[in-house]
Ligand binder design. Structure first.
Ligand SMILES: *Cc1c(COP(=O)(O)O)cnc(C)c1O
Length: 242
C-alpha cells in the first residue's frame, strides 16, 4: 500500500470512529467535545502515528515501552507534537524510560509503581506526568488494576490515589479501566463511573475517565467516558492479541 492509500484508509476510519462517538454522545445527551479520542497504535509503525497526527489525532496510546520509546523518538524527530498515553502494564524498571516521553500514564495500579514513576519523573522531566489510576472493576488484579478496598494495601484504589496525589512529580488526573471480558460493558463502566465520582469528590482535579475501546466505546460514552482508547477500529485488526 502506498502512503497516500494508507492516509486515505486512516482518514476514513477516523471519520467513522468520530461519527460513532458523535452518535453515542447524542444518544447520551452529551457534547462530543467532552470525549477525547486516543488512538492506540501498538503494533503499527511510527509512519501511521505521523499520518494520524496529520489528520488531527494528537493523543496516542501505546502499551509497551520497548515499542513506544522508539516511536516517540521518531515522531519527535519528524517534528510532530502528540500526547503520548502509556496504557499498558508498567514494570517499575521501565518507569524511567516511560517518564521521558509519556504525557499521561494511564496504568498506575500500585503504590510502589507510583513511587517509582514519581522518582523517575523528578529525575527526567520538568513538568509532572499526568496519572490515571487503573481500576480493576471486578476486583481481580490479575490483568492489572487497583481495587476498591483491596486486601493487598499496595493495590488499594484509595491508597494508590493518595500516593499519586501526594507525589510531587505526578498529577492525579483520573481513572482508567478495561471492561472485564465476562462482564457486560455497561455494568463495568457504571461501576467505574461510581468510583470515579467518589474519587473526584476527594480530588476535584481527578476528572478523566478513560474507558471504552473499539468494541465498547458506546457503553463507555453512556457512562461518562472522557477518553476512549481506540486501536483496531482506527488502524485495522492486529495480528497479535495485545
Ligand atoms: C489495545 C488496547 C486498546 C485498544 O483496543 P482495540 O480493541 O483495538 O480498540 C485500548 N486500551 C488498552 C489498554 C489496550 O491495550
Amino acid at each position: 500500500m502506498t502512503a497516500a492509500d494508507r492516509r486515505a484508509e486512516l482518514a476514513g476510519a477516523r471519520q467513522a470512529v468520530l461519527e460513532r462517538i458523535a452518535r453515542a454522545c447524542t444518544a447520551a445527551g452529551r457534547d462530543p467535545a467532552e470525549v477525547t479520542l486516543v488512538a492506540v497504535t501498538k503494533t503499527y509503525p511510527a509512519s501511521d502515528v505521523l499520518l494520524l497526527a496529520e489528520l488531527g489525532i494528537t493523543d496516542v496510546g501505546e502499551n509497551r515501552d520497548q515499542e513506544a520509546a522508539p516511536k516517540a523518538a521518531a515522531l519527535a524527530a519528524a517534528g510532530a507534537h502528540v500526547r503520548w498515553h502509556f496504557v499498558g502494564q508498567l514494570q517499575r524498571n521501565k518507569a524511567r524510560s516511560v517518564a521521558r516521553y509519556a504525557d499521561v500514564v494511564e496504568s498506575v495500579d500500585s503504590i510502589r509503581l507510583a513511587a517509582a514513576l514519581d522518582r523517575a519523573a523528578a529525575d527526567t522531566r520538568t513538568a509532572p506526568v499526568d496519572v490515571l489510576v487503573q481500576i480493576s472493576v471486578d476486583g481481580d488484579p490479575a490483568r492489572g488494576g487497583a481495587v476498591d478496598e483491596a486486601d493487598d494495601p499496595d493495590h488499594d484504589l484509595w491508597r494508590v490515589a493518595g500516593a499519586v496525589a501526594a507525589a510531587d512529580s505526578l498529577r492525579l488526573a483520573g481513572v482508567m479501566a478495561v471492561a472485564p471480558r465476562d462482564w457486560e460493558p455497561d455494568r463495568a463502566f457504571a461501576t467505574l463511573a461510581a468510583l470515579s465520582a467518589r474519587l473526584a469528590e476527594r480530588y476535584p482535579g481527578a476528572t478523566v475517565v478513560s474507558a471504552g475501546m473499539s468494541g465498547d466505546l458506546e457503553a463507555a460514552v453512556r457512562h461518562g467516558a472522557t477518553h476512549v482508547r481506540i486501536g483496531s477500529s482506527l488502524l485495522g485488526m492486529r495480528n497479535t492479541l495485545r
